[in-house]
Structures are given as C-alpha cells and as structure tokens.
Ligand binder design. Structure first.
Ligand SMILES: *Cc1c(COP(=O)(O)O)cnc(C)c1O
Length: 377
C-alpha cells in the first residue's frame, strides 16, 4: 500500500550517487577501501573514539562486540527488554543469557536502579540502549560496571551525534554500536559501525572484522603473511555502501537538525491534546529528532488511532514487543524482577511518521488527524 504520509522514506541528501560512481570508477568495490576509511576517520574525529570500524549493520557491530568481549556460554548480559531484537540476539548467539531489566518512564532507557538485583556472579556485561537518542544515567551505570568488572557495550543505533554531558553516546563504554539502516537518521540502506573506545581492543577487533585473519597487520607490513588467527566473520560493508554513507556523513549535522525541527513541531502542536489528557508526550526534548512517539491511554485507543490514520493514508507504527515476552526471549533470556514500565509503555507507545523529506505541513496534517480522532477540534 502506498501511503500519503509514509512512516519512513529513505532519502538522498546530496552526492551519494556521485560517490558511488567514483567508487566504481576507482575499480575497488570490496570493503576497507577509500570510502570506508573516510567514513571511519570521520567517526573517529567527530565522536572521539579510538577506532571505528564500518559494519554491514548495527546488528553486526553488536555481534562483533560480543566476540570482542569473549562472551561465552553461561555468561549473563544485562539489558533492557524494551529494545530491538539484535541487542539480545548478538549475545544469545554466543550462548550467553540476556538478562532483561525495566526501563525508566522519563527516558525509556534502562533503569540503572535495576542493575543491582540483576547482577550475579555470571554477569559479564551491561548493554544500555540509547532509545531515541536519550541515555540512562551513564555515570551511575559506568560506576556500577567498573565496580563489578563488567564490560559496557552501548547500543547507540539511534544515537549518532547525541551527547551525554560532554561526550558522545557510543564512546562512553568500552564499545559502542551505531546503525545506518534506512530507518535511522544517517543512512546507507543497511550499515553500521563498531566504535572501539578501549585502545587495547583495537587489534582484536580488526581480526574479528577481517574474518578472523591478521590481514590488516599484513597490509600495514607488520607481518609477512596473513592467516587465520582467531574467530571472526565478514563484517565489512562494500565500498558502494561506504560511498553512499560518506555523502550522508558530510551532511550529518544538517540531517539531525532538520529532523529535530519536525520533532519539535510535533511536540508543540500536540501539547493541547496532552493537556486535555488524551495522550502523553515525551518528557524530554529530543537530541537528534530520531523518533517521535506519543503514549495513548490504552492499547485499544492505540489500535483505533492507527486504523484511523491508516484510513487517511498515514502510517504510524508501534514497537517494541518486549523481548522478555517474546518466544526467543523466553527461550534464551531471563527476566530480572518485574518489568511494569516496559509492559505499560510497549502497549501504549505509538511512533508517528518522521523522515528527512517530511515537511512541517505534513507534520501539521498528522497532528490535525489525531485531533480529529479525539474529537478535539
Ligand atoms: C535499528 C536498531 C538496531 C539494529 O540496527 P541494524 O543496523 O538494522 O542492524 C539495534 N538496536 C537498536 C536499538 C535499533 O534501533
């Protein structure tokens, strides 16, 4: 079905196709070439991480992180249940048990006060998810992790260029993972990056990235042949992907600013409906305009509102089905305590259309139709 206002629309911001043409002309299409290096250097310079490695997805970056941290069968990894499946899958693939904790209602990020109860002698890592570019109390989380010798892997899929105090999200733990999937702010179709903040992990990360070989060392002339030295896989994107991404990274700040204007418009225009008690709005303002959500008063109201908008050619969607209530979550994971906020939020949260090429008038139109739904105009 074609929507008048879709939920998301992939976009080109400038020179994507020129750079792809250039990559083809240069005769190098596999990964780790010129455009890959440009993107990685941009991430290192703009975020301030020791090393960035482009991956074919944020999922791939999380899988690399699990390998890098030596996550093994029986290990436990604490994470919110309110997240995308890849956060948990990456660790379950290594035989570890995802331990699901609740989120806070103000940030929809992991509730740091739940960490203590979730901790066991098997806990190896914590994975904060920076939902909508927001963060949990990272200072408390990092202190807790340091005290108990846990690795911190930030799922910063939605948080490129969002900061916490004066450091960028994704650079606070040992490792961070970002996404360039077409639903994120900065896109290349499918893509991601692993941010390596602990310099001691860089060499092993390069080996995992290059199929378990010391190929990078070979190219630097540090060894005279390259061979299989450890576990790894093919995590590199091709130069075509990197060339597309480079054009987007050049415009990254402007893309985030444009989205934030749309986000701010939604929140401003929906204020009256919130004041009348029909809906709840995000409590914090958005750092990057990644996603705009409202909370309806019930699951039934959400379903009705989705159908109302759909009938008018507007697609609004919900997420996440809490992982602790999913079939695989039950099989591979463990719940720590009860998760009332997660269960409540996931039944009432509705994401409204938001994409780079959306106009403020489109936003007003969506808002107007929500007002019509509530009979509030
Ligand atoms: C989008 C997303 C991912 C997965 O990113 P891909 O690049 O599609 O693999 C992981 N975690 C969160 C929180 C996400 O929003």
């Amino acid at each position: 079905m074609k929507y008048k206002i879709p939920f998301n629309r992939p976009f080109i911001v400038g020179r994507e196709l020129d750079y792809i043409t250039d990559a083809v002309a240069k005769g190098r299409l596999s990964g780790d070439g010129e455009y890959t290096h440009r993107c990685q250097e941009w991430l290192e310079a703009n975020l301030g991480c020791a090393k960035a490695l482009l991956t074919h997805s944020c999922t791939g970056a999380l899988e690399m992180a699990a390998l890098l941290c030596g996550i093994a069968p029986g290990d436990e990894v604490i994470m919110p249940s309110f997240t995308f499946v890849s956060t948990a899958n990456a660790f379950a693939l290594r035989g570890a048990v995802p331990v699901f904790v609740d989120i806070r209602p103000d940030t929809l990020c992991l509730d740091e006060s739940a960490l203590k109860t979730a901790l066991t002698s098997n806990t190896k890592a914590v994975v904060p998810v920076h939902y909508a570019g927001n963060a949990p109390d990272m200072e408390a989380l990092l202190t807790f992790a340091a005290t108990h010798d846990l690795r911190v892997i930030e799922d910063a899929a939605q948080a490129l260029l969002c900061s916490d105090q004066d450091r960028y999200l994704g650079t606070l733990g040992q490792l961070g993972a970002v996404s360039f999937h077409e639903t994120k702010n900065i896109i290349c179709g499918e893509g991601g990056a692993l941010l390596i903040n602990d310099p001691r992990m860089v060499e092993k990360a390069e080996i995992i990235w290059e199929k378990g070989t010391n190929r990078k060392k070979f190219f630097r002339g540090e060894v005279d042949k390259y061979t299989w030295v450890d576990l790894g896989s093919s995590f590199l994107p091709s130069e075509l992907t990197a060339a597309f991404l480079w054009a987007q990274l050049e415009a990254a700040q402007q893309i985030n600013t444009t989205r934030k204007q749309l986000w701010d418009r939604y929140r401003e225009k929906l204020q009256p409906l919130a004041q009348k008690g029909f809906i709840e709005l995000p409590r914090k303002s958005s750092p990057n305009g990644h996603l705009f959500y409202i909370l309806t008063n019930s699951l039934a109201a959400r379903t009705d509102l989705i159908n109302h908008l759909k009938g008018l050619g507007i697609l609004a969607v919900f997420h996440y089905m809490p992982l602790h209530q999913s079939p695989a979550g039950g099989k591979f994971g463990r719940v720590s305590g009860s998760l009332p906020v997660t269960e409540d939020i996931s039944s009432r949260l509705l994401r409204l259309p938001l994409y780079y090429e959306m106009s403020l008038r489109d936003v007003d139109q969506v808002v107007r139709q929500i007002e019509v739904f509530y009979g509030a105009c």
